[in-house]
Ligand binder design. Structure first.
Ligand code: AMP
Ligand code: MG
Length: 407
């Protein structure tokens, strides 16, 4: 049996990165940037005003105070979006709006609050009283002050956030190169499974994994292709895998059929029709995690127990998807917390559903009292997985544990 870390390393090593595609920037959030974003021009592109106010020659205002205002004639008004070419002469002032280019000759902007103007109206032919002195550069956003033409702004590999989308637009890009969305073929196997919405015969259960895994995949940014429920029959499993492989997909993900049971046919199919490169990881739940290839497509077989499938997804499938998108191993947010009740394990690296909260400024974690791998409900009240390290069989109340936060 190999360790969780070895399994992650092995899975990452076997998976290659996907090609890139060009998409509209509106579709980019959550995707991985595949081209560096650099500045095509200086920003600001021209000196412009940081305030609604008046543009002046700073030296003209040096004696201004509330008691002794400097009085200057206003020679016009500059809205944002215009390009004033006429120079401002010493002894003149001109109304200017936030973002409007500063006219040649002017070297400072006085905020409207430091004048006697009513700014609800454009003003012209009138004088302005200035109550405070300005220094050269005051309230002017300098050309190239944010960044210069050619500057590197966002590196390749950035997981695109709303502010990145805003910056694409700021530099004039309507489209951007990203890593193609991973396409994942998903199937759940088991003679006992019934789709939710249909009546349940005795001995059957509703298929939860297909829905949970599809939701997880979509949350990870993958495109999901599903088959219906596949019975524990060798030919049916092959048929379903072949249909998904033909789409094609970048990853095949199955639930169930990878344990030691007589009906665990997914593993047998992998052994005969594909490659089974990894089976059995020293973890709990989820030991029979399987990894290999089917028709040359990477394949991950998750155990059918829902908590095992969930944990296996968090730890392995997410890493496979990250590698496909050229991302480094996840820096999982792991928090040290105090146990509120004891937990036990069998010496495998264990992941126990828990609820992490803050009490008097300290992190505490409440382990779920029924953490059976079959009990998906154990994941509902909580927000995290308590990690019991390899070799540890018991941790008492008040002991410190590492907790992996689920989002
Ligand atoms: P298996 O890995 O196929 O041996 O399944 C292990 C356990 O998980 C069994 O109790 C199955 O009934 C249950 N199980 C398998 N697949 C699913 C599924 N898709 N949804 C809910 N439970 C499942
Ligand atoms: Mg089964």
């Amino acid at each position: 049996m190999i360790s969780v870390q070895q399994a992650i390393t092995q899975i990452r090593a076997a998976i290659s990165s996907l090609p890139d595609v060009t998409i509209p920037i509106e579709a980019a959030p959550g995707r991985v940037l595949a081209e560096p974003i650099s500045a095509g021009q200086d920003l600001p592109s021209l000196d412009n005003s940081g305030m609604d106010g008046i543009a002046v020659v700073a030296a003209d205002t040096s004696s201004a105070s509330p008691e002794q205002p400097v009085i200057l004639p206003l020679v016009g008004s500059i809205p944002a979006g215009t390009n004033p070419e006429k120079p401002l002469k010493p002894g003149q002032a001109i109304q200017i709006m936030t973002g409007a280019p500063v006219p040649p000759g002017a070297d400072a902007v006085i905020p409207v609050e430091q004048t006697n103007l009513d700014y609800s109206q454009p003003v012209t032919d009138q004088e302005v009283h200035i109550f405070a002195a300005a220094k050269p550069g005051d309230n002017i956003r300098e050309k190239g002050g944010y960044y210069s033409k050619g500057d590197m702004l966002i590196p390749v590999g950035q997981v695109i956030r709303p502010q990145d989308v805003g910056l694409f637009a700021t530099v004039g890009k309507a489209q951007v190169k990203v890593i193609r969305q991973p396409r994942v073929g998903l199937l759940s196997t088991g003679d006992e499974l019934t789709p939710p919405g249909q009546p349940l015969e005795p001995g059957k259960i509703w298929d939860s994994n297909a829905y949970m895994l599809a939701a997880l995949l979509e949350k990870s940014g993958a495109q999901v292709h599903r088959t219906g429920i596949i019975p524990d029959e060798r030919e049916k499993i092959i048929e379903a895998l072949d249909a998904l492989a033909a789409l094609p997909v970048d990853l095949l993900l199955t639930s169930g059929g990878v344990s030691m049971g007589a009906y665990d046919l997914v593993r047998q199919v992998m052994e005969s029709e594909g490659t089974l490169d990894l089976w059995k990881v020293n973890m709990r739940p989820g030991k029979p995690l399987s990894f290999g290839t089917y028709r040359r497509i990477p394949f991950i077989g998750l155990p059918g127990n829902p908590v095992s499938a969930f944990v296996g997804y968090q730890i392995f499938v997410q890493e496979a998807l990250r590698k496909m998108q050229g991302l480094p191993p996840a820096e999982v947010e792991s928090i040290q917390a105090t146990l509120t009740t004891p937990v036990s394990s069998d010496g495998r690296e264990s992941y126990i559903p828990g609820k992490l909260t803050k009490q008097d400024g300290n992190w505490v974690v409440h382990p779920n009292q029924n953490p059976s791998s079959g009990n998906l409900y154990a994941l509902i009240p909580g927000n995290s997985l308590i990690i019991v390290p390899v070799g540890v069989k018991f941790l008492n109340t008040n002991e410190r544990v590492n907790v992996r936060l689920l989002d």
